[in-house]
Design a binder for this molecule. Structure first.
Ligand code: 9D3
Length: 250
């Protein structure tokens, strides 16, 4: 059994936002099991003035405030003085867009992962220039800060680490990163307010069930996310099932 441990750290002016999510559910379990560690550092603790200022007016004018460089440089120098053992990730709307592929890449990096969360309009450019190794956005919508994105990334990366999920859960991952949507799921009761579970799922015929699920996956993908099919290579069986679906829908 190979021992793997991943360390995440988050620098933020809202440490409670991070702590409250980590206190719940699967990530809490992963921390208790010793598979991951998440350290949270309050950026304000690294401010030098008596008012613990972390932001200031933008040079050149314009709306909003800019986060000062000094507290970020000080926290890096105090906590992670050695560049080689850390991967500093800035959460920013200007970053490369997060995806399952990026999650996989991060899960394979043995360095400690340090997330810098911004608030206000922006972070001083000199933080980006000298402190960071990577800049990531979680998608094209506007949030109020980098804390949720940091949690999204920690969540997605953690569940890829051995031991975080149960064995039965981990295997299915591949189908998503390979690009088909999930098939419909049902549990008891068989008849819920007149809505019945599809007969095939009650048949006990595993081959029929497998085919039905594959067909449902293809159908959902074609209807909701047709662009995923451009990069997905259909097997011979899938080609036949796919033809049937298109006929059905026409
Ligand atoms: C008008 C310019 N705005 C950029 C779209 C300014 C701005 C808005 C919101 C700057 C930062 C933010 C706060 N967002 C993040 O820090 C952030 C974010 C996001 O808003 N969406 C998706 N991913 C991310 S990662 C960090």
């Amino acid at each position: 059994m190979t021992e793997s441990h991943k360390k995440f750290s988050v620098v933020t002016i809202f440490p409670d936002m991070i702590q409250s999510y980590l206190a719940c559910s699967i990530l809490k379990r992963a921390i208790e099991k010793g598979i991951i560690t998440v350290d949270v550092h309050n950026l304000r603790d690294y401010s030098t003035d008596k008012h613990k200022t972390v932001d200031d007016y933008p040079y050149g004018g314009g709306p909003g405030m800019v986060m000062k460089p000094e507290p970020f440089y000080r926290v890096m120098e105090c906590v992670w003085p050695v560049k080689e053992t850390r991967r500093v990730i800035m959460l920013s709307p200007r970053g490369r867009v997060f995806s399952q592929d990026v999650a996989l890449e991060l899960s394979k990096d043995d360095r400690e992962m340090v997330f810098l969360c911004g608030r206000y309009e922006a972070i001083d450019e000199r933080v980006r220039e000298y402190l960071i190794d990577d800049e990531i956005s979680i998608g094209d919508y506007v949030l109020t800060g980098g804390e949720l994105p940091a949690l999204v990334i920690i969540d997605a990366v953690s569940r890829l680490l051995p031991g975080v999920l149960g064995d039965d859960q981990s295997a299915e991952d591949e189908s998503f990163s390979k690009g088909l949507l999930d098939y419909p799921h049902y549990t008891r009761p068989e008849d819920f307010r007149g809505m019945r579970v599809p007969k095939v799922l009650l048949s006990g015929n595993h081959e029929d069930i497998r085919k039905w699920r594959k067909q449902q996956s293809l159908k959902a993908t074609l209807q909701k996310r047709p662009e995923l099919l451009k990069t997905y290579t259909l097997s011979n069986e899938e080609i036949i099932l796919f033809e049937q679906i298109k006929e059905e829908l026409s």
